[in-house]
Write a protein of this length. Structure first.
Length: 345
């Protein structure tokens, strides 16, 4: 029955409040990470004081925004910053982390759980981080947050809400590394086939991969100005080690993004090589067609001239007229062939 409940939660997007998963983290408790539902989360949040200092227990709640009750539950119980709700509806998907009042608002673009190397397989994850509460919300299943949930189930218990955000960013960086490896493998395969002379629409496939990398780089690269402002003036409840860890996680993005840029350049070179090969084949075919046309030109002209049913056609009564005309055609054809191949060389 429990397995059926878990399957239903995964299929339909959480409980009656749209909560996919919830965890209470308390390092002082016998169980550092304990799963909770929306009712338990509402009770715990209602019992917390307004002036949390960032120490002690905190809650992570992951919501499915496709559920009609998810945003209503957050408005009723979570007491999040108005900036978070504005971010949900502003339509700006670029990855960024910024400070709003005494909390952090993050927008992270992640790949779908069923990622098939298509540019459309990317969606947004919205995050609000406070000293006592971390809220993540999405509309479609995403890989990074699912990897974080799996790690928490396996016993990983971040000691603070900022460390949870840092773990999520590192999980996203790991997903990007796997994507880069997958794209690299595909490019290697295409390059091997190109060297073997088997083109077979590889240019179109390279175009898809290049558009994917461009979109990933544009959407996943954190805005440096917003991140700089955050690290220069973090909230009062964020400890300095947490700020350093957050800075380190963003540096991992820089490494992955540089790898993506290098892959884009490699794809561009392969596309240029394929285009050069195609142009060379077209030029070769055009040359053959030109040569055939030139070689057939003398006989076509003479056939047209001698085909006129008028008087005075030369050699009409000569007993060797046919062979003389053949010799003339052969001579002109040889001269045309010599001129064409001389130009080719």
């Amino acid at each position: 029955m429990s397995a059926f409940h878990d399957l239903a939660a995964q299929s339909y997007g959480g409980d009656e409040a749209g909560l996919i998963c919830g965890y209470l983290f308390d390092a002082a408790a016998p169980e550092p990470a304990r799963a909770i539902d929306s009712a338990q989360a509402a009770t715990w949040l209602g019992a917390q004081p307004e002036d949390g200092d960032g120490s002690g227990a905190y809650v992570w709640l992951h919501f499915n925004l496709s559920h009609a009750q998810a945003e209503r539950w957050l408005l009723r119980h979570a007491k999040l910053s108005d900036t978070f709700y504005e971010t949900l509806h502003d339509g700006l998907p670029s990855t960024r982390i910024e400070r709003a009042d005494d909390s952090l608002i993050a927008v992270i673009n992640d790949v779908h759980f069923e990622f098939s190397f298509e540019p459309s397989d990317i969606s947004t994850l919205w995050i609000s981080v406070g000293p006592r509460l971390v809220v993540t919300a999405r509309t479609k299943p995403l890989r990074s947050v699912d990897a974080l949930r799996t790690a928490v189930k396996a016993g990983d218990a971040p000691r603070s809400s900022t460390e949870l955000l840092e773990h999520l960013l590192r999980a996203q960086a790991d997903v990007l590394v796997k994507i880069v490896r997958g794209v690299t493998s595909r490019i290697d395969h295409i390059e091997d086939e190109l060297l073997a002379g088997r083109l077979d629409h590889k240019r179109a496939r390279l175009g898809v991969l290049r558009r994917l990398l461009v979109r990933l780089q544009r959407l996943l690269a954190p805005e440096p100005a917003a991140l700089f402002r955050l690290l220069q003036g973090p909230p009062s409840w964020m400890a300095e080690p947490d700020a350093q860890e957050l800075r380190g996680s963003t540096e991992e993005f820089s490494v992955v993004l540089r790898d993506m840029q290098a892959l884009q350049e490699r794809i561009k070179l392969l596309q240029e090589e394929i285009a050069a090969n195609v142009n060379e084949d077209n030029n070769r075919s055009l040359f053959v067609l030109t040569v055939v046309t030139v070689l057939a030109l003398p006989i076509n002209i003479l056939a047209g001239l001698f085909g006129m049913n008028v008087g005075g056609i030369p050699l009409a009564e000569h007993k060797h007229g046919f062979w003389i005309v053949v010799a003339i055609v052969a001579t002109f054809t040889a001269v045309a062939a010599w001129a064409a191949f001389r130009k080719k060389r």
